[in-house]
Structures are given as structure tokens and as C-alpha cells.
Design a protein around this ligand. Sequence first.
Ligand SMILES: *Cc1c(COP(=O)(O)O)cnc(C)c1O
Length: 373
Amino acid sequence: MNNIPMVDLKSQYQKIKEEVNTAFAEVLESSYFVGGPVVKRFSDNLAAYLGINHVIPCANGTDALQIALMALDLKPGDEVITTPFTFIATAEVIALLGLKPVFVDVDPCTFSLNHYQLERAITDRTRCIIPVHLFGQCCNMEAIMAIANKHDLYVIEDNAQAIGSDYTFSDGKQQKAGTMGHIGTTSFFPSKNLGCFGDGGALFTGDDALAEKIRMIANHGMKVRYYHDIVGVNSRLDALQAAVLDVKLKYLDEYGAARQKAAAFYSSHFNQVSGVTPPKIATYSTHVFHQYTLVIEEGRDRIKDGLQAAGIATGVYYPVPLHLQKAYQSYGYKEGDFPVAEDLSKKVLSLPIHTELTEVIQEHIISTLTNSK
Ligand SMILES: *Cc1c(COP(=O)(O)O)cnc(C)c1O
């Protein structure tokens, strides 16, 4: 069998080639390359899909997080609570803005911020919580929002990995991932569930005032051209990216279903394998499987090497929890502070998952993994 990559963007493109090429041609003919009608159309369509008033596009998911924090008028030294088990971008923007990242350990089943430990991390300097909807399913947003409301804190949902996922509140009401906090952010990096052909990102909010501020910050702090009311950044989505995203948005639910089907197939096999725990799906959220991540009790690295030797790509997300990263040592964390995140970093292994995976490929991955145990 050929080498098996983590994602197969080439086959996915082949299926929508005509539509994407037509959309690209439209942009090229219009020569409206930055901003303009295609970016507006995509933003409006995404807002309708998410059921939220405002979608503000930007250059990437890291910028989206940075702009979200900038919109909240925080002061240097203010504390922002997040998870140590995420991509670095989540904590990076906190540090970059002179704010203090405060970590809270994760839940061993969902790998997301453990809301039972959230309240004890809150101090009189805490201003914001950034839950990360890791690997494709929502955090327990009902619990997190209740704590945030009680302590008058902002919530920014880092939704780079769970776009399209549905959250169900205890009263039965459903909302899309990224639309429950004050601001939601996402990334359109090619390998994300809604990916473009380069870099891209967006912010979501239901708050008109925040939306206006976010738009200004993303555009050099100006509302009227060349009048800069606040310090901003330059962060834009270009029209070619918006064009492909607008095509792919139509298929997002289909793509999610394909990932769910592949995940169910994996899990039906890995449920029988001792020492291997398939991902658990929370009762309150659907899972759109940005990653399919196993917890392997023993020999994770040996198994990873075995798969690699057979030409099967795997990923370790994430090998070092953020509180133990060199660049973040000054915050004073040490080994043992967040035992669940630390344990997971030694045991997780993500397998290829994407919209084009076939059962034949999956069976090959499953048997190779089982044999390298
Ligand atoms: C990918 C990712 C980001 C950053 O997105 P970029 O577009 O790469 O800047 C932020 N947070 C999480 C959880 C991510 O997975």
C-alpha cells in the first residue's frame, strides 16, 4: 500500500475542482484580491451557517485569537485562563500581549479544560477564559459560561479544531461551536476541518459593539480610512481563500459526517484492543474529529515508529504541554502541576483522519497498529 498521510487534501480537491476553479476564475476576473464581494459573501454564508450575527475574517487563527484579546481592553498582567494541552497559539497570544497565561488541567476523557478545576484558578486579576474545543468536540460550555458569568469574565472560544460541531445545553437548546462565548475564533489552515489553500482565520461574535471593535483592530484600528482611533494590526483574508472556503462551506457537514464515519470504524476495532482507548464523545457535543486520537497505555512511541516504518503517518498532539515549554518557563510552572495533560502528552497518538479515508486504508492502519503493539 502507498504511504498514508494524515490528511488527503489532493483527493478532496479533485472532487470539487470544477467549482473551485470557477470560483477562482471569478476572483481573477474581478481582480478584487483583498476584501471585496467574495470575502463578504463567504463571511455572510458562514455567519448564517453558524447562526451568529457577525463573522469577521482575518489572516489566520492565531491572529484571530490575538485580535479577540485586543478587543477586550485588558491590562498588562491581567490573567487569562486556558488549557496547557493545546496548540501553542492559544497561550502565545496571551503572552505576546503582556497578559499572564494561567493554566488549568484537562479532563482525561475529552482532553479539554476541566471545568471542575476552573474556579480555583480564578483570582482578582482574571479577566478571560479561553476554552479550546480540542480535536473536534466542544468543551463543557454550559459549565464554563456559568462560571464566567458568576465571576464576570470574558470567554473566547478557540474553535480552530471544531468548526461545525453542535453543542447541546441541558434545556435542549443547540448552538454551533464558537458561538457561545463572547467571541469565537477559528483557523482556515489547509488541514483544519474547513481549510483554505493557504492561511486564513475568522472571529465570530453576537455582540455588535465587539464586532465593530474587532473589525477596526483587524484593519489598523480604523473605521474611516486613514483615521486610526485605536492601535490595530493588519490581518485580512484574501479573496482567493474566501472563494475556496465558500465552496467548501457547502460541504462542511458532509465532510464532518465522513470524518465521523471513519472515526466510528476505527473505534469499533480499537474498542477490542487492550491498552488502547479510543476517543470518547461527550454527551453535550457532537464530535467532528479534527483529530482521531487514541490513548495508548504503553509503548506509544514504539507503535508510532512501527506505523511510520509501514509508511503510515501519525501525529502526537501535543508532545509537551504548554506549561513545560521552554518559552513559558518564566510563569513558574513545573512538572507535576498538570498531571493529566502531562500523562496525555506521553500517551496520545493521532491517526490519519480526513474526508477521503476508505475502510480498506483504515483496516490496513488498524492491523499495522495492532501488530506493532
Ligand atoms: C491551528 C490552531 C490555531 C492557529 O491557527 P493558525 O491559522 O495556524 O494560526 C490556534 N488554536 C488551535 C487550537 C489550533 O489548532
